[in-house]
Design a protein around this ligand. Structure first.
Ligand code: 5GP
Length: 132
């Protein structure tokens, strides 16, 4: 029987515990399920929300699997900034650059339902403040 290195075993177990499970957004990235894609580059994908809450409702997601904003790390800094720039570009392309809202739900207590970080880009209707 092979000798087991207890340190290596611990590392393997830890990595397995923290590896994020695939969500349906990962399946959209991998083209396993369809979506109405409006933008794609090497680092992100943007597609129409299946259940829009406004005439324009786009989801912008990183291709890297990050569960939620609170799980992002310093190495994700450029990626997170990129998502914001892409949101602005999409808003301009769709002609809604003067009035749109970006929403990021973090955690189930904040109504996050898909645990793959995403920015909602919502436009085309009246907005209220504070948001619900
Ligand atoms: P959350 O509530 O996590 O912030 O937002 C998840 C969003 O994903 C919801 O607005 C929901 O309508 C959208 N969504 C859930 N399943 C699908 C799907 O299969 N395709 C698309 N395009 N959007 C989805």
């Amino acid at each position: 029987m092979q000798n087991l290195n207890p340190d290596r075993l611990y590392l393997t177990t830890t990595l397995r515990i923290y590896k994020m499970t695939d969500t349906l957004f990962k399946k959209i990235i991998d083209r396993e399920i369809p979506a109405d894609i409006v933008y794609e580059d090497d680092n992100c994908l943007a597609f129409k929300d299946i259940n829009p809450v406004a005439p324009t409702h786009i989801l912008i997601i990183p291709k890297k699997q990050i569960e939620k904003v609170a799980d992002a790390e310093i190495g994700d800094k450029e990626l997170l900034g990129h998502l914001m720039l892409v949101a602005g570009n999409i808003a301009r392309d769709l002609g809604v650059e003067d009035a749109f809202r970006l929403v990021v739900n973090n955690g189930s207590g904040a109504q996050q339902t898909v645990f793959h970080l995403h920015i909602h880009l919502i436009a085309g209707r009246e907005f209220n403040w504070p948001p619900g």
